[in-house]
Design a protein around this ligand. Structure first.
Ligand SMILES: Nc1ncnc2c1ncn2[C@@H]1O[C@H](COP(=O)(O)OP(=O)(O)OP(=O)(O)O)[C@@H](O)[C@H]1O
Ligand SMILES: [Mg+2]
Length: 221
């Protein structure tokens, strides 16, 4: 397991997907992480902080039994997120693209920040910007939130993906396991479902994303 329990109360954890760039996989990971914890019997809520509403709509379609909330202003996030810890074991926050006040507010209350990052130079630059803002929050909060860069849409046969992995190792955050570019992830989004509901064509993606979550949160979380 990659994480320390620093700052987390009784195993309760707020995890947020943030990055300065759009389309890097924040919503895909937020929806699957929420559904994965729910399957494992955890009391979990998805907090959609993106005005696009993609993750709340997707999860309502894929698993209507899982609670979903929309908190979309910095004030709502700062006022309401910490208190939700009392109601739920785990909170998964899907952040908007960009380093807006909403993203900054999320970084002031979350225990862990996951920064999905695509395999391009632009993605890596955007991640560096996001890390700068993350570090501002960490200075204020004595090291919190714990953060990891999550490489996404990897194509390991291509030089760019391998270079991204090498370059990301020099960043001042942990780099977690990643996800490859797979049709099943795009299909799940398009069909409002989850990769493990896609049958055999979702098998590899399922193994990969569960492996990512096990690596980040441990098998018992
Ligand atoms: N590993 C992957 N393989 C293939 N497609 C992927 C993968 N991860 C995400 N996608 C696709 O990439 C697109 C963007 O993903 P997603 O919506 O999760 O990103 P996002 O960071 O939340 O974007 P936004 O900033 O617009 O909210 C979606 O069409 C999604 O299906
Ligand atoms: Mg999104």
């Amino acid at each position: 397991m990659l994480v320390s329990q620093h700052g987390e109360k009784e195993g309760r954890v707020i995890v947020a997907m943030t990055n300065s760039k759009g389309g890097v996989g924040k919503t895909t990971m937020a929806v699957h992480l929420t559904a994965w914890w729910h399957q494992r019997g955890k009391q979990v809520v998805l907090v959609d902080s993106d005005t696009q509403g993609s993750s709340s709509n997707w999860l309502r379609e894929a698993a209507p039994e899982i609670p979903v909330l929309r908190l979309q202003s910095p004030d709502e996030i700062l006022d309401e997120l910490p208190g939700l810890r009392r109601e739920y074991e785990h909170l998964v926050v899907d952040g908007p693209a960009g380093l807006s006040e909403v993203t900054r507010a999320i970084l002031l209350v979350t225990d862990r920040a996951l920064l999905p990052c695509g395999p391009s130079v632009l993605d890596l630059r955007a991640a560096q910007e996001a890390i700068r803002v993350l570090q501002q929050a960490q200075k204020i909060r004595q090291g919190l939130p714990w953060a990891a860069l999550v490489p996404n849409k990897l194509q390991l046969q291509y030089r760019l993906s391998r270079e991204l992995l090498e370059a990301s190792a020099t960043l001042p955050v942990t780099v977690s396991g990643g996800l490859c570019l797979r049709q099943a992830f795009a299909d799940a989004a398009g069909q409002g479902t989850l990769v493990w509901e896609l049958g055999p064509r979702g098998q590899t993606a399922t193994r990969e994303i569960r492996g990512l979550f096990h690596g980040l949160f441990g098998r018992d979380s």
